[in-house]
Design a protein around this ligand. Structure first.
Ligand code: NDP
Length: 434
């Protein structure tokens, strides 16, 4: 805490991982002797930079860019870029730190990194977005590469932004290095199935968890927060599995549709028209819109999938979910539940799928995109989806096994943290003190 004052989100993420590791450290004193934890919480490199750009009125604007290259023990740094006004050092470091363990869990050879900017894409024109992305990449390009660091999207960064950044990178390097970014358009090196991967992967993971209790998504009532990339495809797969999704949200509020959310309307509003979620009720008058995001957790459901942002689900929300009979919670966003909320779910024996494991499908398919780029070929949607399903099942069983091996059977928070940690820690030790 003394070394990272005011970095609350980063401290929260580190505490959650380290609390899980006590039994591992007791069994393996070499991790302590080799100062693995101390090394792991210090990023290999943290880059901040100026991002100047010109708006449509000719005004010069300045934002701050970030890239944390946290850990490269098992592969090139890998992790998304977030464009949101709340972005700061703490948020980038918490995301980068979690990414180390998540990427390890995927079984793919990728290290941990993350980046972004406090730039707010809301209300910006397409040309403003392009100029910002070009300026951001002008500096970032010095630090990344297909074998060094491979960024992707996150909040506020989708295929459009990745396209503009890829174009600028290519121009600066005078080389077609397709594997430098993932989440690219399908026509120039993107992978089929990447757009859907985080949301689908989340539902595959939660389905495995439910199966262990003789249950499934079929016939269940589901609430999903957010209405961005992760939420939309989590809703889609949950519906395909026979669930009824009754609510979703954005940062303005949430919609509750007793007939079940009409996903085509959400896709149209969010993926095509860039509109707010309250527009949904204009097309579906039986639905209601409520301002404010946290109220979504008061809607009775059996499965809750927080897919918007960090700390969106606090103790009060967890208490409401529990008293309304929730059976399972799956984290699609990164660190969406506060520690008190997680404790509440654990106390009440609610099935809980932590983000590091449950939302790893996106980065896993990003690694598959890198593999396709290296091999200069493209797999079909079915091939990618089959691999994604196998990866999510594998992450589930690895996390469960680690929880059983370390006396916390079924506690997937502990299991995922331990399983992710051991692989990276062993690689760090084998590579010496660097
Ligand atoms: P998007 O930008 O596509 O969507 C984010 C959604 O969350 C939007 O509906 C947005 O509403 C809402 N939201 C964002 N910030 C807030 C906030 N402060 N309060 C309330 N709602 C908010 O992002 P993604 O779907 O890509 O990412 C969502 C989460 O999933 C993030 O935590 C991200 O780190 C995580 N994640 C994403 C992966 C991916 O592959 N995309 C992979 C793994 C994790 P609004 O539009 O109003 O801002």
């Amino acid at each position: 805490q003394d070394r990272n004052p005011n970095e609350w989100e980063f401290q929260q993420a580190v505490r959650e991982v380290f609390d899980s590791l006590v039994p591992v450290l007791v069994n393996n004193p070499s991790y302590i002797k080799q100062a693995v934890l101390e090394r792991m919480i210090e990023p290999e490199r943290m880059i901040t930079f100026r991002v100047p750009w010109v708006d449509d009125k000719g005004n010069v604007k300045v934002n701050r860019g970030y890239r944390v290259q946290f850990n490269s023990a098992i592969g090139p740094y890998k992790g998304g870029l977030r464009f949101h006004p709340s972005v700061n050092t703490s948020i980038i470091k918490f995301l980068g730190f979690e990414q180390i363990f998540k990427n390890s869990l995927t079984g793919q050879p990728i290290g941990g990194g993350k980046g972004g900017s406090d730039f707010d894409p809301k209300g910006k024109s397409d040309l403003e977005i392009m100029r910002f992305c070009q300026s951001f990449m002008t500096e970032l390009s010095r630090h990344i590469g297909p074998d060094t660091d491979v960024p992707a999207g996150d909040i506020g960064v989708g295929a459009r932004e990745i396209g503009y950044m890829f174009g600028q990178y290519k121009k600066l390097k005078n080389a077609y290095e397709a594997g430098v970014l993932t989440g690219k358009g399908i026509g120039y090196g993107g992978s089929l199935g990447r757009k859907e991967a985080t949301g689908y992967g989340l539902v595959y993971f939660v389905e495995e968890m439910l199966k262990s209790q003789g249950s499934s998504f079929k016939g269940k009532t589901v609430v999903v927060s957010g209405s961005g990339n992760v939420s939309i495809y989590a809703m889609e797969k949950a519906m395909q599995f026979g669930a009824k999704v009754v609510a979703c949200s954005d940062s303005s509020g949430y919609v509750y549709d007793p007939n079940g959310i009409q996903l085509e309307t959400v896709k149209k509003l969010k993926e095509k028209e860039n509109k707010r979620i309250y527009e949904y009720v204009k097309e579906h008058p039986e639905a209601v819109f409520q301002e404010g995001c946290s109220g979504i957790w008061a809607i009775p459901c059996e499965i809750a999938l927080p897919c918007a942002t960090q700390n969106e689900l606090n103790k009060e929300a967890a208490d409401m979910l529990v008293s309304n009979g929730v059976k399972a919670v799956g984290e699609g966003a990164n660190m969406p539940s506060t520690q008190e909320a997680i404790d509440t779910f654990m106390e009440h024996h609610i099935l809980f799928a932590p983000a590091k494991a449950a939302n790893a499908g996106g980065v896993a398919v990003s690694a598959l995109e890198m593999a396709q780029n290296s091999a200069r070929l493209a797999w079909t949607q079915e091939e990618v989806d089959t691999k994604l399903q196998d990866i999510m099942k594998d992450i589930y069983s690895k996390s469960l096994k680690a929880s059983e091996d370390y006396d916390a059977p079924g506690n997937l928070v502990v299991g995922a943290n331990i399983a992710g940690f051991v692989k990276v820690a062993d690689a760090m030790i084998q590579q010496g003190v660097i």
